[in-house]
Ligand binder design. Structure first.
Ligand code: GDP
Ligand code: MG
Length: 175
């Protein structure tokens, strides 16, 4: 789709408070931001090695949840790949990314668009509402890879972005 073929536009989506900004900033700046302004939507660029070649990854950290916002439609239409972030401590946040997944499939008219289901806040074991087994079941149903992350402890943060970028690269190469 858009941009030169060594540039990948990743979009971080999910409901408010799940840790989209914390994950993005942990990946880009390597520290945990615990009180990032929930209304700020911003993008970041990072150079990466993917399969031995240098690429440019642009990450859009989205904010707000207006179902009908034209801004949202814009990034859902133009992103190369999506991190579908929910919090393992909040069942509604999983329902929300299921809806987003369906919406993206419809918008992009594919059922294999690059996406990864990310269960963030896995350090909060005492508050867990979604078990690893349920996460695996939902991911299988949606035909997307899944992983649990902790932005706070930087667990699986690099893996989430890197795996998504690899999916995007393969998807673009096959197109
Ligand atoms: P966003 O609205 O999706 O961008 O969510 P934020 O990144 O602003 O995070 C919302 C809240 O969850 C903040 O208070 C963060 O400190 C907290 N948070 C984010 N990620 C984690 C995590 O991995 N573990 C824990 N314990 N808290 C987190
Ligand atoms: Mg945010």
């Amino acid at each position: 789709s858009s941009g030169p073929n060594n540039t990948f536009r990743l979009v971080v989506v999910g409901s408010g408070g799940v840790g989209k900004s914390a994950l993005t900033l942990q990946w880009v700046q390597q520290y945990f931001v615990s009180d990032y302004d929930p209304t700020i939507e911003d993008s970041y660029t990072k150079q990466c090695f993917l399969d031995d070649s240098v690429c440019r990854i642009e990450v859009l950290d989205t904010a707000g949840q207006d179902e009908f916002s034209t801004m949202r439609e814009q990034y859902l239409r133009t992103g190369d790949g999506f991190l579908l972030v929910f919090s393992i401590t909040n069942r509604e946040s999983l329902d929300y990314v299921r809806k987003l997944h369906r919406h993206i499939d419809r918008l992009r008219d594919r059922d294999d668009f690059p996406m990864i289901l990310v269960g963030n806040k896995c350090d909060l074991e005492d508050e867990r509402q979604i078990s690893p087994e349920e996460l695996q079941r939902v991911a299988a149903e949606l035909h997307v890879p899944q992983l649990e992350c902790s932005a706070k402890y930087r667990k699986n943060v690099d893996k989430a972005f890197h795996d998504l970028a690899l999916l995007v690269k393969k998807f673009k190469a096959a197109d």
